[in-house]
Design a protein around this ligand. Structure first.
Ligand SMILES: [Zn+2]
Length: 287
């Protein structure tokens, strides 16, 4: 069932668990995440970056594929299709294409401009029934080979953006995208607690979920994180399983070259990763 993310995240925040956002890259990815959500009776958010949207031949192709798959696979758990780190233009395109949720990443704008653009999107999303995620304090990661350590958001700026009427807020708390460097100091729970105290009932979003130790994930959930984004971990699991299949020479046996066989171990690995995350986040059985 395609829904926006508002209710599922409010329920998660009240119930002290988190809903996973799993980024999708192709048909196998989408099917793996949807089937796992149904099997685990868990709500789920399918994340689509602008790059992935382009790769999959446009946001409309993605939205139509997801809707058709929900129908054909009889997916009854709540599913949101969400633009990840959208530009203002990207947000407009996804609203048009039929997404149920968007993230406007205005973290690189001065706070006044972030506020202005977020306000405009709050109005449009309310009108069209979409949920909206905003970001304060940029989330680090590898850029041009340099791994940033991840900023910590200003709790007052978080409150200013939260008060505009967004449905979920991503606040930088030292988290980064991609793999974490060995000398990463960990999440700043001090920042998270300050943000939570200022933003009250607002569901908070943790980006860069790959490689954060389990105890930190659980503590973050206890402090108001209701959505956790997972991307790299599924990519690594897919690549690893696919490499093993090829290295074992299985593509050379019989019809092992058939893409339905070649991509099967990677797809199964995504399902396993998603299941493990849903268990960790506590969303199993919460649909
Ligand atoms: Zn992110």
């Amino acid at each position: 069932m395609l829904v926006n993310a508002k209710d599922m995240l409010q329920k998660a925040k009240e119930g002290h668990y988190a809903v996973g956002q799993f980024n999708i890259n192709n048909l196998e990815w989408t099917k793996a995440v949807l089937q796992t959500a149904q099997e685990q009776n868990s709500p789920v958010i399918l994340g689509v970056s602008e790059g992935a949207g382009k790769y999959m031949a446009g946001f409309k192709t993605v939205a139509d594929m997801v809707k058709a798959m929900i129908d054909e696979l009889k997916i009854t758990v709540p599913v949101a299709i969400h633009l990840d780190h959208g530009t203002y233009d990207g947000c407009m395109k996804c609203i048009e294409a039929g997404f149920s949720s968007i993230m406007f990443d205005g973290s690189h704008y001065p706070i006044d401009e972030n506020v202005e653009k977020t306000k405009e999107l709050v109005r449009i999303c309310a009108e069209k029934g979409l949920s909206l995620e905003a970001e304060v304090g940029s989330i680090g990661g590898e850029e041009d080979g340099v791994v940033g350590m991840g900023e910590c958001a200003d709790p007052d700026e978080c409150k200013a953006i939260a008060d505009l009427g967004v449905d979920m807020l991503a606040a930088g708390i030292g988290n980064i995208h991609g793999k974490y460097p060995a000398n990463w100091p960990g999440l700043s729970f001090e920042t998270l607690e300050a943000v939570k105290n200022k933003t009250g009932e607002m569901p908070l979003v943790l980006h860069g979920g790959t490689g954060i130790p389990e105890d930190m994930i659980k503590r973050a959930i206890s402090l108001g994180v209701a959505k956790i984004n997972v991307n790299t971990e599924c990519q690594l699991a897919f690549a690893d399983a696919t490499r093993k299949y090829i290295e074992a020479g299985k593509d050379l046996e019989g019809k092992g070259f058939d893409p339905r066989k070649l991509l099967a171990p990677g797809t199964a690995a995504i399902k396993e990763t998603v299941k493990t995350k849903m268990e960790l986040f506590g969303s199993v059985g919460k649909a």
